[in-house]
Design a protein around this ligand. Structure first.
Ligand code: ST9
Ligand code: ZN
Ligand code: ZN
Length: 342
């Protein structure tokens, strides 16, 4: 009896051991699968070679354009480049950004048409696409759903995001963004439909033709200065996504990546006060402080308000800004909450 129960016990414990081993194996297998899944990048880079080549050409052409502008082109061609760059910038800042993306003010249709044509000159995608990406950027800042997620480094947030397919989170979470206001604006709808014609005309053909026709510039010089003007405007805009999400002060919210940066502020026509802007995105000034020199876009909107084409400008009460800065800011301004002067 003793012998047979011992055998039974032995068998049972052998069974236990083999069961344990099986369970252990299953767990190890599961863990290794999990490990593989974790170490496998959640997202595979898919390079878009068309964009890679286009941006390489643009940047090389722009360098040559700069050389031409300094050494060989007519002075008027240089002035013209400054004028076109300014117009294009206003189309992005006052148009795509403050008006259409954030609804920070309202504009009558003639102003919307002007802004649409200026925004077309900037070729940063049509308004609908620009706004969709930008609203997604604000809603999901610094996550995979942010089209130019600054957590992925300077290069990605600057230009890299335009060289690869978007992260699936951008598309899936982006689908939750309400775009119905833009679908109702005929100026935006028509720009989107005609973009394939309007964009080449306003960004490249007209700006190159004007110097040739009006002051006999050499077509090649005019072309390369166009490349310079376009590429420079792109890079100044991209700095808001890269530099102004990496370096600078955070007077209003210390927990987010956007910063207030004087140099980007000037270069980007008043769009570099980016810590403020992410905290109070509906403010038509996109900044708390500063003047027209540091915020040319505000001067532009104020002028159109004066002639009656812009209206319902939204701002933020000084007391509210102060309270927020005292609560979440980095202490660079407004560390006291006890004085409530307006
Ligand atoms: C450029 C834009 O440079 C720059 C924007 C900068 C913004 C800065 C903001 C800062 C403030 C303002 C500062 C102004 C300062 C100005 C100073 C000036 C001196 N949500 O995109 P696709 C869906 S552009 C929801 O093709 P891929 C959607 O269904 C430069 N859904 O993705 C879409 O289909 P559809 C010139 C979204 O295939 C579909 O996905 N332009 C969203 O991964 C496919 O979308 C270029 O170089 C979303 N956010 O390709 C072109 N996104 O559209 C660059 C997508 O039909 N773009 N979906 O509804 C491309 O080639 C491609 O988009 C890609 C991605 C390769 C980058
Ligand atoms: Zn931002
Ligand atoms: Zn914004």
């Amino acid at each position: 009896l003793f012998g047979s129960s011992a055998t039974l016990f032995l068998e049972a414990s052998q069974q236990d051991v083999s069961q344990n081993k099986a369970a252990e194996k299953a767990i190890t297998q599961k863990l290794s699968i999990q490990k593989a899944q974790n170490s496998k990048p959640k997202y595979q880079w898919k390079i878009v070679w068309r964009n890679m080549i286009a941006f390489a050409y643009l940047h090389l052409g722009a360098l040559y354009g700069l050389y031409i502008l300094i050494t060989a082109a007519k002075f008027y061609t240089f002035l013209w480049s400054v004028v076109v760059a300014t117009f294009a910038a206003i189309g992005v800042t006052a148009g795509a950004h403050r008006l259409w993306a954030h609804r920070a003010y309202k504009a009558k249709w003639p102003m919307r048409v002007i802004l649409m044509l200026l925004q077309t000159t900037a070729f940063q995608n049509h308004i609908y696409e620009w706004v969709r990406d930008h609203r997604v950027h604000h809603k999901f800042t610094d996550t995979d759903a942010d089209p130019h997620n600054a957590k992925r480094g300077f290069f990605f947030s600057h230009v890299g995001w335009l060289l690869v397919r978007k992260h699936s989170d951008v598309i899936n979470k982006g689908a939750t963004i309400d775009m119905s206001d833009l679908e109702k604006d005929p100026v935006v709808v028509w720009q989107r439909r005609l973009y394939i014609v309007l964009m080449p005309v306003f960004c490249f053909l007209l700006p190159t033709w004007v110097p040739c026709y009006f002051w006999n510039e050499k077509p090649m010089y005019a072309w390369y200065s166009t490349l310079f003007r376009y590429t420079l405007s792109l890079n100044l805009t991209w700095l808001v996504n890269s530099a102004a999400h990496i370096w600078g002060m955070k007077p209003y919210d210390n927990t987010i990546s956007p910063t207030d940066s004087y140099s980007v502020g000037i270069g980007a026509f008043g769009e570099g006060w980016h810590n403020y802007h992410h905290v109070f995105p509906w403010d038509y000034k996109a900044a708390e402080l500063g003047n027209y020199r540091t915020n040319f876009t505000t001067a532009f909107i104020d002028f159109f308000t004066w002639i009656g084409w812009a209206y319902d400008l939204k701002t933020v009460a000084h007391s509210m800004i102060k309270k927020r800065a005292a609560r979440t800011g980095d202490g660079s301004i407004y560390t006291r909450t006890d004085d409530h002067d307006e």
